[in-house]
Design a protein around this ligand. Structure first.
Ligand SMILES: [Zn+2]
Length: 470
């Protein structure tokens, strides 16, 4: 039974989709004014694994991830760059798609843009005005009146006084309550605007997600997610807008992904301690980045450091080395396998993996199951190669759910050695082959040691020596 921690109830709950067999999921996507950083990558890898796992469990998943392509930051950045908003957002969306493809993120079912959802947004604001929960201020901006929503603050589990005190909302004369939030911003000179019944303007951020999620998934859906920083006010505001408009429970399960920390501080643009996903992908293979992000549970904070990335790389290399060795085993032709005990063994690995993932998508536990299989492969590969090959197949199948071990082991193990002179490696291997052919074992051993010092291991096969990175 799949259990998911719901931010709204602060409990792990048995997950039961509103429509049996189908999951509706909305994740707040990027505001496209800059490149994605590791914090974004963490959120999106977490949901990528969630979607993969739900599908693996036989559910169909409608996964919506929006693009915020109109916003104060976008307007400001475009002005700074002396380019149009469309030029900036088109460039950033392209870069985002490149980064996501490199990270092997599955594309969402739909990727709606705020600027293409203005009609839905206007319609929703009109309903809120008609119901008397929104008002137009003197400056013509339209605000949501939070005192009309009884459970405002429930998602953050804080009372209104604390939120008013803690949110450091700029006191604005136009608002009736400091926590009231803008639904529609009246047009200002040199800013893009759209016609509306209340004059030209542009949407606020929160209303975009209510409008886009309900347009794609209906008034009620299963899972809404994002980074932990979106709990308040963004997701609380989405609940207030959507539930006031429909009088129905908006979302069943709220999933929030923890922060990436650098030196115990949250990684963020405002603190200036962020790394772009692109920087990280230039340094590490995408699967290493994924492994690093999955090595902690999605709700815990994760610590960004070179050391943790190198640990992830070493762990992934161990898994690939195992697969590489199994690839070279070859079946013995004498299967001494007791079929019943083998089936039990293989399904016990699958069950352990599923139990880990069923427990609120516990990826560190799921990765541990992959290592249990790896140890067993090493234990038996010499005596029972057929069984080792079958376990490796299960290992690869489970790893697919996590989006790792998707490459040819040999290619992965050779990757990242561009810094090392591969021509030199090849010539040393040739020299070693020559020495071996002439039975000069001393020279052959010396060359092997020299290669090991370069971080290169050799694998002698009937076709000659192959090499991989230690
Ligand atoms: Zn959102």
């Amino acid at each position: 039974m799949l259990k998911i921690y719901n931010t709204l109830t602060q409990q792990k709950e048995t997950f039961k989709p509103l429509i049996a067999g189908q999951v509706s999921l909305y994740v707040c996507g990027m505001t496209v004014y800059d490149l994605c950083h590791i914090g974004h990558a963490r959120v999106l890898v977490a949901f990528d694994v969630i979607v993969r796992y739900l599908k693996n469990r036989g559910l169909s998943v409608k996964y919506i991830r929006n693009i915020t392509d109109i916003d104060d930051k976008i307007i400001q950045r475009a002005q700074e760059n002396h380019e149009s908003i469309t030029e900036l957002t088109t460039r950033m969306i392209e870069a985002m798609h490149e980064d996501f493809a490199q990270l092997n993120l599955m594309p969402p079912t739909q990727e709606p843009k705020a600027t293409e959802s203005i009609a839905e947004i206007i319609q929703l604001i009109q309903i809120l005005l008609d119901k008397g929960v929104a008002y137009q201020a003197e400056n013509r901006d339209i605000f949501y009146a939070i005192d009309t929503f009884k459970t405002y603050g429930a998602l953050a589990h804080q009372d209104l006084e604390k939120l008013r005190h803690g949110s450091r909302v700029a006191v604005e004369l136009n608002k009736q309550d400091p926590l009231d939030f803008v639904l529609w911003k009246a047009a200002k000179p040199n800013e893009p605007s759209w016609e509306s019944p209340w004059g030209p303007g542009r949407p606020g951020w929160h209303i975009e997600c209510s409008a886009m999620s309900m347009a794609a998934l209906g008034e009620q859906f299963d899972i809404h997610g994002g980074g932990l920083d979106l709990v308040f006010p963004h997701h609380q505001n989405e609940i207030a807008q959507s539930e006031a408009a429909t009088d129905k429970k908006f979302v069943q399960t709220w999933i929030h992904v923890g922060f990436v920390q650098v030196n115990r501080q949250k990684m963020s643009k405002s603190l200036g301690n962020f790394f772009t996903l692109r920087d990280m992908l230039a340094e590490y293979p995408a699967e290493v980045v994924r492994y690093f992000l999955m090595a902690s549970h999605y709700r815990s904070p994760i610590h960004y450091s070179q050391e943790n990335l190198q640990l992830a790389q070493a762990a992934l290399q161990r898994l690939y080395t195992t697969l590489f060795e199994v690839d070279n085993l070859g079946a013995s032709g004498h299967p001494e396998i007791n079929q019943d005990s083998l089936t039990t063994l293989l399904s016990s690995y699958e069950e352990s993996f599923q139990a880990a993932m069923d427990d609120d998508f516990n990826t560190p536990e799921a990765l541990a199951v992959l290592f249990v299989m790896t140890h067993e492969i090493h234990r038996i590969k010499a005596t029972d190669p057929n069984k080792a090959i079958l376990i490796a197949q299960v290992l690869k199948k489970q790893a697919t759910v996590l989006g790792i071990l998707q490459q040819n082991p040999k290619d992965f193990l050779k990757s990242g050695v561009q810094q090392i002179d591969s021509a030199k490696i090849e010539s040393l291997i040739q020299a070693r082959e020559k020495a071996r052919a002439g039975k000069d074992w001393k020279t052959a051993d010396a060359i092997r040691q020299e290669l090991e010092q370069m971080g290169i291991a050799l694998k002698d096969t009937p076709q000659g020596s192959d090499w991989y990175r230690l």
